[in-house]
Design a binder for this molecule. Structure first.
Ligand code: AMP
Ligand code: MN
Ligand code: ZN
Length: 734
């Protein structure tokens, strides 16, 4: 796009309108116009005549060159070009985009300018989408979750959305909804986050209320100092490495990954007192309840002492997952019958383990609502465990209540209307706005009263027999026995995600998907970002489907472009190129077929693909046909198994590689083929590397309405969108 080529007599008109803004009395919506309609009419008219005028310009080539030889034409082009660029610059600045359009410097040449236009279009269209949805009433409740009095920083700087260098009041007039200037709490962590692709090792090194002590002291030291490295990789004297190795290879390895309170929980007996019918103790009104914000060690120690004297307290957590690989706990709310406490879990992250004294005391009941995730987060971030848990969500299920969310229980038992307005708020914000503190506090304030009420109902429901109540205690215990597992990347991880999506990819597309998936995982770990922030799955699909030939094409698949994608677009382009070099086979999996395949079977397919004849013609049709023909040839000697047979374990032929004329495949008849059997049974004892990768699986969460995400379980980009108008709904509003 040559700037001097497109001229437009109306752009000066637009400019005038722009400068009029300051002089004329301010019409809120469209300064200088009667109403929005008048403005739109004017705008459309201007666009129309601009289009006509540009079509009337001399064509590139001889015609243009001829005109260009007249100085008058040259001057005209230059001045109009400048005006046009200035106008574009202003529009971009208005939207907070980089806008050095008028810079005629050769260094920031055409390409750079073109990039700027593309970027700005992205941002503007994104805003249009948001506004249209807003007008539609879609997602109205999901607007940026910030309390009214809290003013988010107006200037947003991020690599994909950098502000122009121009300063002044103009920059205050825009605001982007997705990004906020919140310092990364990870920077302050005393202990670095361990995103390595190794299994999680419990963080506990002091075990209060132990019946069975932690593994030996020596081992503890090893674990503390070298939690996730192999001894041979350590820069330590050989003798020490040997010692560590010895420790690891002995029976301790199992202990190392075990639940530290497994023994205590297995031997936990439910106290008589909590099985008998209680007299519900009414909660104190919020206004008469002291609420303390705990963000110093002294206060935390004092809180722990207070808690140790109680017979029960309620707990809840607030969590952030978008700008961190593993996620991070931001707040812990605790309520006794008398007081509420909000702990700054970011500030006190490395001190919080001291609460284990109260949290693992079997004489103290800890009441949570929907503790599944909480239990894992406590382990992951603080090495905290819970012994003697009561989960009101489990109680609600046992009582067969209509819905099991906390809102519902609050309404049902306390007649309190709570709005889960801040559930998706950015809980990293500090200082925490009062409105958010109040919201967080509601999550535990009423919980002990609800605990009383549900126990009464559980006993009444069962004619005074403790069976049902007992079952809730047991279910709660099972939840406290949950172990946090880190998302583990394996060569097959991408297949898990691919299988869930039920998409058909050809070999090239699937290769791209595999490479992008690995790139995303690696970079997300390295940068400590969620996979959804790094490259949302829907964009990964788009790139895989389109296999863009140019880096620019990759950018075009993403809207808005994630900063890390922009940063590494050349690396991504190389990956896509690599995928394009694969021999092209027709669609790999049809939907039904796909669902019946185990991970091992998929792997087998991938291996089969590797056996493809490298000299085969590389065309979609040719490749597909050839493969089909070969498959039917196989069918002649080995009768094609019926669908039913294919699923049965006795017919493993299905996954035998279709032999090529020139290629004699490995004789699988000698091998143990059980692994390829189409069994989906859960108790399959075959080793499945993806079993470990719990984090990649859809997590079952307690809240009825909670929809936790798929791969990585952290990516906010998996949040179900309510409108399918466009891209925006897959990109988190932050
Ligand atoms: P809650 O137990 O409702 O206070 O939720 C605890 C944390 O879980 C919140 O701080 C969020 O990070 C996360 N969370 C809760 N509900 C949702 C949801 N519907 N979607 C995604 N994350 C959620
Ligand atoms: Mn919760
Ligand atoms: Zn909560």
């Amino acid at each position: 796009m040559d700037s001097s080529k497109s001229k437009d007599s109306t752009n000066s008109g637009l400019q005038e309108t722009n400068s009029d803004i300051n002089d004329e009395e301010k019409n809120d919506l469209c300064p200088g116009f009667k109403d929005a309609d008048a403005f739109v009419k004017y705008g459309l008219g201007a666009v129309l005549s601009a289009t006509k005028a540009s079509a009337g310009l001399p064509q590139t080539g001889d015609e243009y060159d001829f005109y260009r030889s007249f100085p008058g034409f040259q001057e005209f082009c230059e001045s109009q070009g400048d005006k046009l660029l200035h106008c574009m610059s202003q529009i971009m600045q208005h939207h907070g985009c980089r806008s050095r359009m008028r810079d005629r410097n050769k260094l920031t040449g055409l390409e750079e300018r073109f990039d700027l236009v593309v970027d700005s279009n992205d941002v503007i269209l994104e805003r249009v989408g948001i506004l249209l949805d807003e007008a539609d009433g879609v997602n109205r409740n999901q607007q940026p979750v910030m309390p009214a009095e809290f003013q988010p920083p107006k200037i947003v700087v991020s690599s994909w959305n950098r502000m122009g260098s121009s300063s002044g009041s103009r920059s205050e007039t825009f605001r982007l909804l997705q990004a906020k200037n919140i310092a990364r709490p990870q920077m302050k962590f005393k202990e670095k986050v361990d995103n390595s692709n190794t299994p999680f090792i419990p963080k506990i090194f002091i075990k209060p209320n132990a019946v069975k002590p932690l593994p030996s002291c020596k081992l503890l030291l090893t674990l503390m100092f070298f939690p996730s490295v192999r001894p041979e990789d350590l820069d330590v004297p050989a003798a020490l490495a040997d010692f560590i190795h010895q420790q690891r290879t002995q029976e301790h390895v199992e202990d190392m990954f075990a639940h530290p309170y497994q023994y205590e929980l297995d031997h936990l007996t439910i106290q008589e007192s909590v099985l008998s019918k209680p007299e519900p103790q009414m909660y104190k009104p919020l206004t008469e309840t002291k609420c303390s914000f705990i963000d110093t060690l002294d206060d935390l120690v004092a809180l722990n002492e207070k808690l140790c004297k109680l017979s029960e307290f309620a707990v809840d957590l607030e969590h952030h997952s978008y700008r961190s690989f593993l996620g991070l706990t931001c707040l812990i709310q605790i309520s006794s019958r008398e007081e509420d406490f909000i702990i700054d879990a970011i500030e006190l992250r490395s001190e919080l383990y001291i609460l284990n004294e109260a949290f693992t005391d079997p004489a103290i009941v800890k009441v949570f609502h929907g503790a599944d995730s909480d239990i894992e987060w406590l382990q992951r971030d603080f090495g905290l465990y819970v012994v003697n848990l009561f989960d009101t969500h489990q109680a609600s299920r046992a009582l067969n209540l209509a819905r099991h969310s906390l809102d519902q229980l609050l309404k049902h038992f306390c007649n309190v209307n709570s709005e889960k307005r801040y559930q998706l708020a950015d809980w990293r914000i500090r200082p925490l706005p009062d409105e958010m503190v109040q919201y967080a506090r509601m999550d535990t304030h009423y919980l002990l009263y609800i605990y009383d009420c549900v126990r009464v109902q559980l006993l009444d429901f069962n004619h005074g027999q403790p069976g049902l109540l007992q079952s809730v205690w047991n279910k709660s215990k099972d939840i406290s026995l949950k172990k946090y597992t880190k998302p583990i990347f394996t060569e097959e991880s991408y297949l898990e995600l691919q299988r869930k999506q039920k998409r058909s990819f050809n070999t090239q597309q699937l290769t791209a998907f595999r490479l992008l998936f690995a790139w995303r995982d690696k970079l997300a770990r390295q940068e400590d970002e969620s996979t959804g922030f790094t490259l949302p799955t829907h964009m990964m699909n788009k790139i895989s489907e389109e296999l863009p030939k140019e880096p620019q094409g990759i950018i075009a698949c993403c809207n808005p472009v994630p900063p890390l994608v922009r940063q590494q677009v050349n690396e991504l382009h190389l990956l896509v190129q690599q995928a394009r070099e694969m021999p092209l086979l027709k669609e790999l999996e049809t939907q039904n077929d796909h669902e019946s395949l185990s991970v091992a079977q998929m792997k087998a397919r991938r291996i089969i693909e590797c056996f493809e004849n490298p000299f085969r013609m590389e065309s979609a049709k040719g490749g597909g046909k050839k493969r089909e023909r070969v498959a039917s040839e196989v069918g002649e000697s080995t009768p094609k198994p019926s669908k039913k047979q294919m699923k049965s374990a006795e017919k493993p032929q299905k996954t035998e590689p279709p032999p090529k004329d020139s290629f004699k495949p490995f004789d699988y008849s000698q091998s143990d083929l059980k692994v390829f059997a189409g069994t989906k049974s859960k108790d399959n004892t075959q080793f499945d590397p993806n079993r470990q990768a719990q984090g990649f699986k859809k997590k079952k969460t307690a809240r009825g309405q909670k929809s936790n995400s798929g791969a990585g379980n952290r990516s906010m980009s998996y949040m179900a969108g309510k409108s399918d108008r466009g891209f925006r709904h897959n990109w988190p509003k932050r």
